[in-house]
Design a binder for this molecule. Sequence first.
Ligand code: F6P
Length: 556
Amino acid sequence: MSEDTYANAGRPASKAKLTELPAWHALTQHVQRMRRVHLRQLFAADTTRGERFSLQACGLYLDYAKNLITTETIDLLVSLANACGLPRQIEAMFTGQKINVSEDRAALHIALRAPRTQTILLDGHDVVAEVHAVLDRMTAFTSAVHRGEWRGYSGKRLRNVVNIGIGGSDLGPVMAYHALRQYASKEMVFRFISNVDGSDFLEATQDLDPAETLFIVCSKTFRTKETLTNAATAREWIVRSLGDERAVARHFVAVSTNVEAAAKFGIDARQLFGLWDWDGGRYSMDSAIGLSTMLAVGPENFRSMLGGFHAMDQHFRTVPLSRNLPVLMGLLSVWYNNFFDAQTAAVLPYAHDMQRFPAYLQQLTMESNGKHVTLDGAPIDYQTGPIYWGEPGTNGQHSFHQLLHQGTRMVPCDFIGFCRATHPIGNHQELLLANLFAQTEALAFGKTNDEVWAEGVPDWLVPHRVFEGNRPTNTLLADTLDPATLGALVALYEHSVFTQSTIWHIDAFDQWGVELGKSLAERTLAALAGSAAPGLDSSSRALIRYCRERREGHAG
Ligand code: F6P
């Protein structure tokens, strides 16, 4: 690999390893001091800390005061980001350089939300013009369905939309549908099928009239077994109920880069919405993969969501690192992951409609940053992506928050809240917000031995009732959960993930780790059907034998 490749870009001439950079050493020293500091002291020493460690951009307010940091920490983290060439890597992404090194591709998801007037050239083509051509076709199709011009084969209006896809072809659409359901048409039903377990298909379709149902088959590659299996079942369901192969043309559209495979399935080019190889599945909810979102909330709201994404893109590209929301969140994640040895990070949206957001973020963060070699293929001797998990509040408070407050592990948390509800129901929003703020307060400051004792708690019970506190949190607030806010929030996490990957010097845009399981599944499928499977280990062989015996016994 030449000195000029992206893999080497941003590194100092000596190509020092991350852990050998002076900025890394400085943080290693600094954390020794910070491990002895309590958030109570940091807040007592500076009554304006809450204001000083907060930022506003793109309709979001980030409070990062309840982190184990000082201004020196931020300075050192920003120095590390500079030493790792973050500003140059951001520019490389925005200008379409092949930053997805292992697949030799650009990662141009920012083009999906670029305004029509912008030009981004990739191999001589203006990708923004191509993106808008697809957006216009999505808009025309959505309007035709909404106005009843595009009808089912028997002439009935299409009232049900079923998205079939998995991973990035499912998690974005289902998350966005739930998040924006207050904006969704109440006359239509939206369902999402991802699991190859047939009960997912059954559950999603059993109360639907096939004559009123539109399937969107979302698969970038059109090669994903789960999606193709579910799509074939859906095809059978339509043809059997409507009694004619020709019904497929009215009841199916697809989103894919693979025109040939979609055509083989029976979807011709007019019903195919295109994607590009420079856009990874987990970065695609704002492409045609979001067709179900557009059908639910309408083209205008969809474009408003793209506006939110774009505003955050601009912020990420232009604002200095120390005031840059995604950069700060990414650097804080590195701080806890690599200097406090935190193993996991929790995402806790205090909004029921954000219930699928943690699952969405799991793919975004862990498929991107769960990597074990650097961009140039060298083994890594530091931790990369943490494990992300979470649930909406306040439900989580009555289950796993016990561990967050009094467990032995550090779990940095992102709390996400909205000042105004999207519904008019009673004082629920006040309760929700009060709980959110109270949780971050309790996690940060806890309750001391003396405070517990002063409440008259018997001595023997005091240790059980003590909260150490000093548990770091970010709080993200927005006015309300609307399309633009959702776009800004997703772009914030996308760029935070990129910031982290740049520090760790890894490829955030490939996902080779999912391949082995897929190819082994082919072999075990044959073994389950009774074929010999040479090379199969004794444990897998015994499991398959046990299954076959149970199934045969049942059949008998
Ligand atoms: O197997 C992982 C993965 O490749 C994801 O990266 C992707 O989002 C998902 O499968 C679905 O892929 P496709 O859209 O090609 O069906």
